[in-house]
Design a protein around this ligand. Structure first.
Ligand SMILES: O=C(O)c1ccc(O)c(O)c1
Ligand SMILES: [Mg+2]
Length: 629
């Protein structure tokens, strides 16, 4: 499998696009005609620039409204084609994409189109060029790859082939089995794009909402597998029309694109019928067994504030690091590490972001293999020196430049708590409150980074993404999407903030970047936990009384239950399977908070309650409200 991407997928001017595409590791690039026309260099200059980056031009496109034209238009389309052939020869590429005709004056008829392509094939052959035909989902007569293939088949010319584009086929839900019988030599190139499922006009959907394979909801993996089963092993080229990507930063978007293709190739190759696809093998996605720890970086003189909150939540200091200023606070299976080092990465993170949960530790099935996979997917490795005899835990850079440590139970990593730490046997002044494990970790990111992190987590770890839900903040919308595994041992909620007046946006602005904004702990009995917390001096986030009247009416709750919820400031939700109870802490620092949940067979995250929680947090964070911009 060779990787390519269309210039239209990336923002910037042609030289910036090419630099980003090359840096991301692609083998080739599709030159989109407008990118070339807008550039004030000759076709030969562009060709040279591409090759200087070590890239190959995989395709020149698109050539529009060609087949089935009545005279005198027909004659002119052939003249136009000859002009494009001139450009292609100067660029140094032999393949052009003809997309199906959308002109109202074009005539239908498979044989008529086949005859036009035969003639075009004759002209292309004289110059050693090839022509690929693609069915646009909104073509006037041809909008199905099966019809495009029939035209190519009837043209019967070596220089005429088919171009398959996942978007056009999958947006129309065309049976992908039809691909399996196409001879691989007749597939000239494959274009790939995913898209979120949105019910809208096909052309508008295609031109504005495509995204990288794995970022959307289309069955791109099955599509690619059907192609691999023909024996095709040529270029897979991303062609992503996306408004957000057009305005985004070129390098990270190109990097996401490359990651999406490697991930896709890896999934496809695992199928026994798709073995002809050449992809470098990598370990399977890592199975996350649990969250081992969450680590905060704080300045030593500010640690007391965090520690006080932890104690009121019922945590106890159980261990201290043998050589570093790191304490472990425990409750149930939860470990919170408080790192007060001034040096190293923790100190550097503090200097940039202030107090923050900058690292998470995941227990996986095999940490070495997990790291190997992450690196194969171009994750950024992290390491820093450890003292002699201490365990070096492998890590990769995650959201906001923070760390994801990878541990397992099989190697020495499983003994890190005995090796690197010593018990401090401290007696707690406060009592445990029944918190058992981390239910979820909520990371707040810029809206434009959401897809990056969804792809990061789902490609490295065995996990799936949920549909995006809109969270209504009084100052704007925050989009929320969850990455989770089937067992629930990995649940990461990603919240994408569009403006800085939302609570999420404020958090990003004040902590100078994306990061963990809240941690949710699981309890088996939220009312018992609430009582225990109250005894510890914990003050929950105070919820508007109006909320409880509404909840009682909405769900038909017994008044006694509503009273208990109101008395403890507990939020309530229900889905078709079960019930959900949520209790929040006030904010710590610039918008960080803790949540306690009881899940009774409930699958979601209480999104409908978010507006009430956000309003309450904002009241508490700045009684006079967040600054208006
Ligand atoms: O939106 C379009 O017009 C367009 C053009 C060329 C393509 O390859 C394509 O998939 C769409
Ligand atoms: Mg296309």
């Amino acid at each position: 499998m060779k990787t390519s991407i269309a210039t239209v997928s990336i923002s910037g001017e042609l030289p910036d696009k090419l630099a980003a595409i090359a840096a991301a590791g692609f083998d080739g690039v599709e030159i989109f005609e407008n990118d070339f026309l807008a550039f004030d260099g000759s076709p030969a200059d562009v060709g040279r620039m591409v090759r200087d980056h070590g890239l190959e031009i995989t395709l020149f496109q698109p050539f529009r409204d060609f087949e089935g034209m009545p005279e005198p238009h027909r004659g002119r389309t052939f003249d136009r084609a000859e002009r494009k052939f001139d450009v292609m020869q100067q660029l140094g590429t032999d393949l052009v994409l003809v997309c199906s005709n959308v002109s109202p004056i074009s005539l239908g008829g498979i044989d008529r189109a086949a005859a036009d392509f035969y003639e075009l094939g004759e002209r292309a052959a004289k110059r050693g060029l090839r022509v690929g035909y693609e069915a646009l989902a909104w073509g006037r007569h041809i909008w199905d790859h099966r019809d495009a293939w029939e035209i190519v088949r009837r043209a019967g010319h070596d220089n005429i082939g088919l171009i398959l584009d996942s978007f056009h086929t999958l947006s129309r839900k065309i049976d992908i089995n039809s691909i399996r019988s196409i001879p691989k030599e007749k597939i000239f190139i494959v274009q790939l794009a995913d898209a979120p499922l949105i019910d809208m006009d096909l052309l508008y959907w295609s031109r504005h909402f495509r995204n990288m394979p794995g970022e959307g909801d289309l069955p791109v993996t099955e599509f690619t597998r059907a192609i691999a089963e023909t024996g095709y092993d040529g270029y897979f080229s991303l062609e992503i029309f996306n408004d957000q990507f057009r305005g985004g930063a070129a390098k990270p978007i190109a990097a996401d694109g490359h990651r999406s293709l490697i991930y896709l190739g890896d999934q496809v190759r695992r199928h026994p019928d798709a073995r002809s696809l050449t992809v470098t093998p990598m370990p399977e996605r890592a199975v996350v067994k649990g969250i081992s720890f969450v680590e905060f970086t704080v300045a030593e003189d500010e640690a007391a504030e965090l520690v006080t909150i932890l104690r009121t939540l019922g945590f106890r200091k159980t261990d201290t690091h043998r050589s570093k200023k790191v304490d472990v606070y425990r409750q149930g299976d939860i470990r919170i590490l408080v790192n007060m080092e001034e040096g190293g990465f923790a100190g550097a993170s503090y200097a940039v972001h202030g107090s923050s949960a900058y690292a998470i530790g995941l227990v996986v099935d095999d940490a070495t293999r997990a790291v190997e996979r992450a690196l194969a997917l171009n994750a950024e490795p992290f390491s820093q020196p450890v003292a002699a005899g201490e365990v070096e835990v492998p890590a990769i850079r995650g959201v906001g430049g923070g760390l994801v440590y990878l541990l397992d139970e099989e190697s020495d990593l499983g003994r890190i708590w005995d090796i690197d730490f010593e018990p401090c046997g401290e007696e707690g002044e406060t009592a445990p409150a029944g918190l058992r494990f981390v239910d979820h970790i909520a990371q707040t990111v810029g809206y434009e980074e959401m897809l990056t992190w969804v792809l990061f987590y789902t490609s490295i770890f065995e996990a799936a993404k949920t549909p995006v839900v809109d969270i209504i903040d009084p100052a704007g919308v925050v989009r929320s999407q969850v990455v989770q595994n089937a067992s629930g041992s990995l649940r990461i909620t990603l919240n994408g903030a569009e403006n800085r007046r939302t609570l999420a946006g404020h958090f990003i602005a004040e902590t100078f970047g994306s990061g963990v904004q809240h941690l949710a702990f699981h309890t088996d009995d939220i009312f018992a936990t609430a009582t225990a917390l109250r005894k510890n001096g914990f003050r929950p986030l105070s919820i508007s009384p109006n909320y409880y009247d509404d909840v009682e009416a909405r769900f038909g709750l017994e008044p006694e239950l509503t009273e208990k919820l109101r008395a403890e400031n507990i939020l309530y939700d229900r889905d078709e399977r079960g019930e959900y109870f949520q209790l929040y802490s006030p904010t710590y620092g610039e918008g960080f908070f803790f949540e306690i949940v009881e899940r009774r067979d409930y699958a979601g995250y209480g999104a409908v309650n978010a507006i009430f929680r956000i309003a309450a947090l904002k009241r508490q964070l700045r009684p006079e409200g967040l600054p208006k911009l």
